[in-house]
Design a protein around this ligand. Structure first.
Ligand code: FEO
Ligand code: CA
Ligand code: CA
Ligand code: CA
Length: 703
């Protein structure tokens, strides 16, 4: 029997609107937690081997950072002016050392929490929309007209619900850049005038939604000498590109490519996939490509009830219903393309849930899905070059009670812009070793009481190990082949008793210190009913507001297998005793709820964006020092309009511009094009958009 998509009560789970719950993750909170394994929680194990904390210092040696050329006025770069897409200089322009950074201590005056239907920045700053849904991307694409949407138009225009934002310098003069943006999902209620129900959408509308997914690559130019950027408008735009869920071909790489799990009617060789789904966060690599995480891909499929019995537990572990023909929250794309029906094409689901790599400097390149980085609900991936030259990607699986991962490449990064180096670096994520994190707290389990009260040693902290799952074609998980481990990575994590986290979202190394920061967004199921209870890394029951997790690799070795960790920030209202801001005076910090994405400026300040504020304010972007006496002095930098979450964020290497993606503005139950809950940005109806913020006096943002 068909389950109808449900719109839940006005406020969904964790303070999110019910419309967000439906469209973003297919009402995931309503479904059973997919991780039903009974891994022990780290509170079960008290580590007596304490106090490695303080001894271990991650060195920044060898840690490379994305830079920007100077912003001196000058002609457009030769690359940008070239008649066709050339091989642009990449690595040298990207890999500026931190000594060129201009950011310093955060001196901006925090803005207050608010519910304004506007984009709010501190005094002394300005902001502007860079691109919004429907803006032309490909040369010659028509201007947006909400009453004249078509598959052809949307395939050439900026997609919906921008999430990840990367800005890569184009040339060396700091005047041109490539903006790469993910389009995570669509909200048909707010896209199509006269919307009545998902079931009533025409096949053409379903295909428009598919074309509104994916990624956009857009060439930008600096506005004068400011920190503002705008799209280049020209007759030829050689780099501009749309990648969609509808028809863009992808190539699989790595040990699971060609495996039986990836063979489908459309591709009996198991080497290719059509499109990318639910691209959430991501990262820019040191070699000038973009990584993008395929997250809640499960909600696009129907027919799991008709899949082979032996496959059903694997599908279920990824949140795919194996009991309903059409699960709640389904987008019914099977009505447009049969491949979304698992009863007919059970392996199609395995073509999604990967880390995708896109080379924006080569618009003709085939984007790739790297099986060596495993398959789960990938939030994103961020890469650091280890001291020994190997590259290490840190990743989170965004689901309640799922895991943290890292990938270590077999090959070493080659610096420089030579064609040889570039070709080599493009293969770095094709082979390596995948690990999952297991954590141990250093305080007695009875001191972790679920209220957020600090244990007697004054910190939620401990040690951890990276458990090897697979290395090249060799599996380390009994009973699973390498292809099994990589395709059903969650099951491999279960088998080795990885630590169940409170929804690991963005995970990113600080280019300044080499320490790794992860946003645990929330987990209202923690300790509730039969769900797992608290542990020292996930210390609050019914965790509504989330926490920031800090990981320090032992000896500063990102390729190693042991680390220490702590929680520098336990989020919420600072007046709430369960919150913690690294010991900083709580009367001086901003309330924060549901951290989602993290970023760094060149001084190493940690910037945190939020999704689903459960304190009654709009979502926003925050910043804090993470070293020294200002550690924990968190201040709110901006807020986004009503109903939106704050994605991105991206601080350019010259520290002069902060980009954020305003995702799902006006996503409030009952809203429509005709009755918008937000009229941002243009005063008529709500449109997702990428926004740039800069300092009016041209100085480094935040400082
Ligand atoms: Fe798309 Fe994990 O948020
Ligand atoms: Ca402790
Ligand atoms: Ca996210
Ligand atoms: Ca990030």
């Amino acid at each position: 029997m068909t389950e109808r998509p449900r719109l839940l009560p006005l406020l969904g789970h964790t303070g999110r609107d019910a419309m967000t719950c439906l469209y973003r993750c297919g009402n995931a909170c309503d479904h059973p937690v997919p991780n039903r394994t009974d891994n022990p929680y780290l509170g079960d194990v008290v580590n007596t081997e304490m106090s490695r904390r303080g001894v271990v210092r991650a060195g920044a040696v060898g840690a490379l950072v994305l830079g920007f050329g100077g912003a001196a006025a000058g002609a457009a770069s030769p690359a940008a002016a070239a008649p066709a897409a050339p091989a642009a200089p990449v690595a040298d322009a990207l890999l500026e050392t931190l000594s060129k950074g201009k950011a310093g201590p955060l001196t901006f005056k925090a803005i207050p929490p608010n519910k304004l239907d506007n984009f709010i920045v501190p005094n002394g700053y300005d902001s502007a929309v860079v691109l919004s849904w429907g803006d032309p991307v490909l040369a010659g694409a028509p201007e947006f007209d909400i009453t004249a949407q078509s598959v052809r138009r949307q395939s050439a225009q900026f997609g919906y619900n921008n999430d990840f934002v990367g800005v890569l310098p184009l040339g060396r003069d700091g005047r041109r850049a490539l903006l790469v943006v993910n389009h995570e999902y669509t909200n048909e209620e707010l896209m199509f005038p006269g919307f009545t129900s998902l079931d009533a959408l025409t096949v053409d509308q379903l295909k428009i939604a598919m074309a509104a997914h994916g990624l956009s690559v857009v060439e930008l130019e600096r506005v004068g000498r400011t920190g503002q950027w705008q799209p280049v408008r020209a007759r030829r735009l050689p780099y501009n590109r749309r990648i969609t869920a509808l028809e863009t071909p992808f190539a699989f790489t790595g040990p699971a490519a060609g495996s039986a799990w990836l063979r489908t009617a459309a591709d009996p060789r198991g080497r290719t996939a059509i499109g990318t789904l639910n691209n959430c966060a991501g990262g820019v690599t040191p070699w000038g490509t973009v990584l993008s995480g395929e997250e809640n891909f499960n909600q696009y499929f129907v027919g799991g009830d008709g899949a082979p019995e032996a496959l059903k537990p694997k599908l279920a572990r990824y949140g795919i219903s194996t009991t309903a023909r059409v699960p709640s929250g389904s987008r019914r794309w099977d009505r447009a393309q049969e491949r979304f029906d698992l009863a007919k094409h059970p392996n199609e689901a395995h073509r999604f849930g990967w880390i995708v790599e896109v080379d924006p400097f080569d618009p003709d390149s085939t984007p790739r899905k790297h099986t060596a980085l495993g398959r789960f609900k990938h939030e994103g991936a961020n890469v650091i070059v280890a001291k020994n030259g190997k590259v290490v990607a840190y990743m989170g699986d965004d689901e309640r009670f799922d895991y943290l991962y890292k990938f270590v490449s077999d090959k070493k990064y080659l610096p420089g812009d030579s064609a040889h180096a570039r070709r080599h670096n493009l293969t770095l994520l094709e082979s390596g070793t995948l690990y999952v994190a297991k954590l141990t707290g250093d305080s007695p389990a009875e001191e972790i009481d679920g209220t957020g009260k600090l244990p007697s040693d004054g910190a939620f902290d401990g040690t951890g190990t990276w458990i090897k799952l697979v290395s090249g074609n060799r599996s380390y998980v009994p009973g699973m082949t390498a292809a099994d481990v990589l395709t059903f990575t969650r099951l491999a994590g279960d088998a080795v008793l990885a630590t169940k986290m409170d929804r690991p979202e963005d995970v990113q190394p600080s280019p300044r210190t080499g320490k790794i920061y992860a946003a645990m967004t929330n987990n209202t199921n923690r300790g509730v009913g039969t769900n797992p209870g608290v542990d020292e890394a996930n210390p609050r029951n019914a965790n509504k507001h989330g926490q920031i997790f800090e990981l320090t690799e032992d000896r500063g070795d990102h390729t190693g297998e042991s680390f220490t960790w702590s929680l520098p920030i336990v989020c919420g209202d600072p007046a709430d005793a369960s919150t913690y801001f690294a010991g900083y005076d709580k009367s001086a910090v901003s309330p924060i709820s549901c951290p989602d994405n993290v970023a760094f400026d060149s001084a190493g300040n940690l910037w945190i964006s939020t999704d689903g504020n459960a304190l009654g304010s709009n979502d926003g972007l925050f910043a804090t020092a993470i070293e020294g006496s200002e550690r924990g002095h968190l201040k709110q930098f901006l807020t986004v309009p009503v109903g939106a979450e704050t994605c991105g964020p991206f601080i350019t290497g010259d520290d002069r511009s902060v980009f954020v993606a305003v995702q799902h503005p006006g996503e409030i139950s009952g809203a429509s094009v005709e009755k918008p809950a937000s009229t941002w940005p243009d005063g008529d109806f709500a449109k997702p958009a990428v926004v740039v913020t800069w300092r009016l006096d041209g100085g480094p943002v935040g400082s």
